[in-house]
Design a protein around this ligand. Sequence first.
Ligand SMILES: Cc1ncc(COP(=O)(O)O)c(C=O)c1O
Length: 263
Amino acid sequence: MSAIKDKDLKYNLHSWSAQGKLDPIVVTKAEGIYFWDEDGKKYADMSSQLVNSNLGHGDKAIVDAIIEQAQKIPFMGPAFAMDCRSDAAEAVVKISGFPEGSKVFFTNAGAEANENAIKIARQYTGKWKIFSQYRCYHGSSAGAGMLTGEPRHFFNEPGGPGFVKYDGPYAYRAPKACKFENEDDVADFYLELLENQILYEGPEQIAAIWLESVVGSNGVLIAPKKWYQGVRALCDKYEILMVADEVMAGWFRTGKAFAYMNF
Ligand SMILES: Cc1ncc(COP(=O)(O)O)c(C=O)c1O
């Protein structure tokens, strides 16, 4: 075993892993879509790490911009205004498709974005229940971990109250009795289930319905177009906020700036 791997396994706790079974590749160089291990073997990074290194490894323009800003002002607290923060926020609003007057709240990670969205949804609506799908991942912090529907949320249980799970549209795992002719049938079936659940849980209690615009780490599941439009309509009907988690699907990964724009 190499000295780097030895030290890694001795001191680093790896997320979502049985620690005793780990055998990490020791990476010593990364450039563009490639990275290399310590024996010089070259890999094409087909997932851009955690689907987050969109622009590849070590892009010169990005590295130069980071250096330039770090040399100028590396940090200013949220009470202050700065050119780069305003420019970045303006750029996000301009590509988001949201109306003028929309604002950006920068966070350190996806989970933290969801934590804040939960608080905003509850404070804005005065309601407290939050719907999210079983097949989804929204992060692993206290609130985002309760939004997460797949088994990784077990580590957050029992967690805070108000997190309700619904079944997203996934024809492949649909109940055996379902006979779908087309994608619209799939959407109709799951929208009916969702509306029933909204009524059972009480629309006057539900602050928001969460979805990943494209379900990412739970299978890359693209829902029928009618599904998204149907969720939007249910949200309008029952005065519920619709929250699109674009942490994995956004930022041009589906071709459009944000994945919800496809639907
Ligand atoms: C859809 C989605 N939301 C949220 C998160 C959490 O993001 P982070 O790991 O930056 O907290 C992830 C992470 O993979 C994600 O895929």
